[in-house]
Structures are given as C-alpha cells and as structure tokens.
Design a protein around this ligand. Structure first.
Ligand code: ZN
Ligand code: ZN
Length: 432
C-alpha cells in the first residue's frame, strides 16, 4: 500500500480470511500523496514495527475507520504518541492534516501490547516478534499462517549494534517470504565503522568550536538524537571534546526520558550503567534544555544545538537554520538519511538556496554529513538475507528503498541464487 520503490508511507496488507496490515506510515517528504493507499479488505489487525512516522504516522486513520486490534510494543506506543502529536501540530507544513489529536488516542484504546521474542495467537496466524535493532522498541514481525506460509516483515533493521541498542536478531524461525527494507541496499552503501564516523564527527565539531562557531545537529527525535547525545557526552567526558553547552530543542528531551523508562530494551552495557550510576542516560551538566529560543540566538560563545526535525521539514531547527545557517563559520551536521524533496536532502545535494515557509534563504554555513545510520548497509543486508535463505526461503520482497538501490541489491542476491522481487505500489503478490 506504500513504501514500494520509495521511502515513506510504508504499509503492507496481507489479504486473507483475516486481513492484517503491517505498518501504516506517512511520507514526510511529500507535498501531496502523504498517505498509503486504501486496504482492499477490512483489516482485522494492525501490527506496527516502530514509531517512526514513515511506518506509524497513518495508523490513527486505520483505527478511526476500522477500529482493529493494534499489536505494538509499549515503548513504541509511548514514543509514537509524542511523534504523532508533533506531526499533527506541524502539519500546516504539509498539504493535508490527516487526523486530529484525539484520533491519536485510538492507538492506546486498541493496543495489544507485545514484547521482544513474544508469541501471540491471532485468528488464523501465529505472531512472533524479534528485535530489529533500529530504534527503541522496534521489532521485526514474523507471521505463520495456520497450514500456510510464514512471512518475516523486517520494518527497518540495523544488524550492527549501536551506542544504545543491540543489533537485529539473526536466530530466526523458518521464513518462506521475507519482506525487507533496502534503504542502504545500493552497491555504494557500505557504512564506515561507527568508530570512524564518530572520530570525524568529533574532529569537525572541535574545529568549529575552536573558531567560535555554532554547530547545528538536526536529528530524528527518536534514535539518532540519543546516539548523537551519547557520542558527544562520552567524548566530553574523555576530554577529547572541549565542554561547551549542548542545547537540546524539540521533542528530543521528552523522547529521551523513555530511553530511561525502558532501560531493559537497551544494550546490556547501558542497562548496567543506568543501574550502577543511578542517574539518567542524558543527565550531564553540558546538556541544557532550550527554554527561550530568542536568548539562544544572542549567545556569542560556541555551542552545539541538537534539534528536530532530522530532515529540516519543520520544528525548531528551522529557526536555527535561518539564524545560524545563513552565517559563515557555523556548521550544519546532518546525521541521517535525507528523503528526496526535503530541505535536508537539498543541503546534502549542495543546494544553498533553501525554501522556507516564509521565503528563500541562502545557507552560508558549512554542511556536513555523518553516517550515524540506524539501517543495515548492503553487506549487512546480504548477510542477513543469506542467513534467512539458508532455511528454505522461497522469495525476498524488497521494499523501503530508492529503485536503483533495490535493483542493485536484487542483482547481488540473484548472483547468490536467492530469488528477489521488487513490487510496485498496489501490486498483489500471491504466496502459498
Ligand atoms: Zn525507522
Ligand atoms: Zn523507515
């Protein structure tokens, strides 16, 4: 229903006696065509992999219309509520306001909580959940039809561990059909090691601090922001990075609280750290919440701002972009995938005349990109798929990626004797 040969509004419908919808996202880069297409049958259940808007943003609409049971993890519901409220309040930036604040509450009303490695019997299906390693609360969905095939839908996955999470589960039951994302499925998509990324990131920020500049780090509020904050704190504590204020603006603070509340979902090292230190992950004297944006614009000392939104499509980052981005000596540090059509993608592609809600600005600060990706790269996708294929996989279905990247991934898989298919939106695949 969406997210075929593109990124945004991910949604898959499983048409059977008891239809199921997997994810229901919006396209944050779109000025029209914001939502997935309509399901062909009345869904009995909605299963959600994680709270990012491109997988979660349209779920209140499904519930408003069909009121089906919603299988989702507790961190995803809590974090998702923050993201959806923000999305609705920012949607003047978008072409349409798809639903109201009240509609967001429908998720809690229809929620059937699932945990990691959970097992739930649905009508006609067995649902199992596995760690996706992508963001707090993210799961892969494994479905086995009674007397029928099994499907694994990965949502977004990261097989490599990060500062906050363990990598995706690779010890999986038998899978007949694998529906997998290919965000970084292209032949050039090989992530440098996290260590290397962090070294360059910190060095660049050190240089900006030394010359008295401001570093703006636009991030997704969920996942990337916490990775960036932990990276900055740890380099300040080891003395590699000079201690300057790190201002946090947008929903990041609110969502970071859930990283402490759901500490048991984090990697074991962090769990130990939280238990032993008895303080929150982000309680550090350098980190300050922005109370008055205007005051921040007056500060003449160097500092760092970590703020939303990650692709500069809205949120407080626009104020900072306009003020600091238009001056030389400052730095905008992009940290995540930038969807086509977003301001972040324009900056990444070298465009410096940037359209804002109230006119065009010229960006004169430096723009850099750090690959803090929360998605598996091509070699890791191939490793993951090969492992699943070793147990009788019939076909891989590639979604959530730009067409050229998906085609490159398919070529690599077929060279290994693995059947792969790249569907178009609206296409129906018959499986058995
Ligand atoms: Zn995601
Ligand atoms: Zn996604």
């Amino acid at each position: 229903m969406g997210g075929a040969r593109s990124i945004g509004r991910s949604s898959v419908e499983i048409i059977c006696r008891n239809p199921i919808i997997l994810d229901s996202g919006v396209d944050v880069g779109a000025s029209s065509n914001l939502l997935p297409s309509e399901p062909r049958s009345d869904p009995e259940a909605l299963i959600l992999t994680h709270a990012h808007l491109d997988h979660y943003g349209a779920s209140p609409l499904i519930l408003r219309r069909w009121g089906c049971d919603t299988y989702v993890t507790p961190p995803t519901v809590d974090v998702g509520e923050v993201l959806l409220k923000d999305f609705v309040s920012l949607s003047s930036e978008y072409a349409e306001r798809p639903y109201s604040i009240q509609d967001i509450q429908l998720i809690r009303r229809r929620e059937k909580s699932v945990r990691l490695n959970d097992y739930v019997a649905l009508d006609g299906w067995e649902l199992r959940t596995f760690n996706a390693g992508h963001v707090l609360g993210s799961i892969m969905i494994h479905l086995t039809a009674v007397d029928g095939p099994s499907i694994l839908y990965t949502g977004d996955i990261n097989t490599a561990g990060t500062r906050t999470l363990r990598g995706a589960e690779t010890e999986l039951p038998k899978v007949d059909y694998l529906i997998i994302e290919g965000t970084y499925g292209g032949d050039d998509d090989i992530h440098p090691s996290r260590k290397k990324v962090e070294r360059q990131f910190i060095e660049d920020i050190r240089n900006v601090i030394a010359s008295g500049g401001v570093t703006i780090i636009p991030t997704f509020a969920l996942g990337r922001a916490q990775e960036v904050l932990l990276t900055l704190i740890s380099h300040m504590e080891s003395g590699v990075l000079q201690e300057v204020p790190i201002f946090v603006d947008g929903m990041i603070r609110e969502i970071s609280k859930y990283y402490n509340a759901y500490w048991s979902w984090l990697r074991p090292e962090l769990q130990r750290m939280i238990r032993e230190s008895k303080r929150g992950l982000f309680d550090h004297r350098a980190i300050e919440e922005v109370r008055n944006r205007e005051e921040l614009l007056e500060i003449s000392e160097p500092f760092i701002i970590v703020t939303t939104s990650g692709m500069l499509q809205g949120g407080p980052v626009l104020t900072y972009l306009k003020h600091f981005g238009t001056k030389r000596g400052n730095l905008i540090y992009l940290t995540g995938y930038q969807v086509r059509g977003t301001r972040g993608r324009m900056l990444l592609d070298g465009i410096r005349q940037i359209p804002m809600p109230d006119g065009i600005i010229e960006v004169k600060s430096d723009v850099k990109f750090a690959d803090f990706s929360a998605h598996a790269d091509q070699p890791n996708l191939i490793n993951f798929i090969t492992k699943v294929a070793g147990r009788g996989l019939k076909e891989v279905i590639l979604v959530h990626g730009e067409p050229d990247k998906l085609i490159q991934l398919r070529r690599k898989l077929e060279a290994r004797g693995i059947r792969a298919y790249i569907p178009y939106e609206g296409e129906v695949l018959r499986i058995k």
